[in-house]
Design a protein around this ligand. Structure first.
Ligand SMILES: NC(=O)c1ccc[n+]([C@@H]2O[C@H](COP(=O)([O-])OP(=O)(O)OC[C@H]3O[C@@H](n4cnc5c(N)ncnc54)[C@H](OP(=O)(O)O)[C@@H]3O)[C@@H](O)[C@H]2O)c1
Length: 293
């Protein structure tokens, strides 16, 4: 009989590749979602969908029952209290329920800038607290402190303009979600991956501008890459009472300062080094989106 792994947040940009990889590697994948109809539209019939909410511990028991593992991919925000509610307390609820039901392994997507010195930023604070709750639960865990994903590059495009918001001076080891998904899946098969905090970085470092220019020249040649000052985005967000824009301005201010940290050597050795280059990923996107070009 196949082992079942519950994926919390499989409808998300970074949860779906993990769910698909787990399935490809022979696991039965169960998906926890607040909205099964919406999830079915996005994911099709490939997975067993269970309605649940990490804020409702009772809904987690049925979803976790009999599971060999659970993967957590959660996004809170945009307000600080939402990060705390969903990412910190929601993760703590999943970890606690997993401990009670004897789930043998939990994996969690954190970030490569998740350090105490960055806890002034609400989403980092929530992730630090989520990690602490996982450790306290006693469930064997693998925490994935992943850097910026290549999949987030299209999010910087509005219409025919891609914006580098702020100076964004750091070189980042952009990571392909499929490489990360293979590493998460492998962690479930490897006893040595338990109780580890892994740093997951892609093979090459590019600034945000360099990465966006590469993406646009390959996939969206109609798009021009330009710069937007953070103060301007923040001002627009404030005068229009747009909390999402205000959050993005704050996030970009954070990225401007924080960059990425951590040594990927242990993750690479145990789980396999990410190999997809930005060029390969962009080319794959071009083929997928514009097969005739
Ligand atoms: N983008 C990057 O480069 C990057 C790098 C490192 C780390 N990260 C982190 O990766 C995480 C996931 O990002 P993402 O882009 O995959 O997010 P996303 O696309 O917004 O997906 C978020 C997921 O969270 C689930 N969710 C939210 N609230 C929930 C609740 N109360 N109960 C159950 N499920 C809930 C949603 O499921 P339903 O709507 O189906 O319920 C959805 O599948 C974030 O914490 C982000 O900070 C991102």
């Amino acid at each position: 009989m196949k082992h079942t792994i519950l994926v919390v947040g499989a409808t998300g940009m970074l949860g779906e590749p993990v769910a698909r990889q787990l399935q490809q590697d022979g696991y039965a994948v169960r998906v926890l979602t607040r909205n099964p109809e919406k999830a079915r539209m996005k994911l099709g019939d490939a997975f067993d969908l269970v309605k649940g909410d990490v804020e409702n511990p009772a809904s987690l028991e049925k979803a976790l029952d009999g599971c060999f593992g659970v993967h957590i991919n959660l996004m809170g925000g945009p307000k600080a209290e939402d990060f705390d509610r969903v990412e910190h307390r929601g993760t703590a609820n999943v970890a606690r329920a997993s401990a009670e039901l004897g789930v043998p392994h939990l994996t969690y997507l954190s970030g490569a800038a998740v350090f105490e010195e960055n806890a002034w930023f609400p989403s980092i604070k929530a992730k630090l607290q989520a990690e602490a709750a996982i450790r306290e639960s006693g469930v064997p865990y693998s925490i994935f402190c992943a850097t910026h994903f290549m999949e987030s590059l299209p999010l910087y495009i509005r219409g025919q303009r891609a914006s580098v918001i702020g100076k964004q001076p750091h070189r980042l080891h952009w990571l392909a979600a499929d490489d990360y998904a293979r590493m998460v899946s492998k962690a479930f098969r490897l006893p040595e991956a338990a109780n580890k905090r892994f740093f997951i970085l892609g093979p090459e470092a590019w600034t945000m501008r360099e990465a966006l220019e590469k993406y646009c020249s390959t996939v969206r040649p109609d798009v021009k890459v330009s710069s937007t000052p953070i103060w301007l985005l923040s001002l627009i967000g404030k005068v229009s009472f747009n909390t999402e824009l205000q959050f993005i301005a704050g996030l970009m201010r954070f990225f401007d300062k924080a960059g990425e940290g951590g040594d990927p050597a242990e993750a690479n050795e145990l789980l396999g080094t990410p190999t997809t280059t930005l060029e390969q990923w962009c080319e794959a996107q071009r083929k997928r989106l514009h097969p005739s070009r």
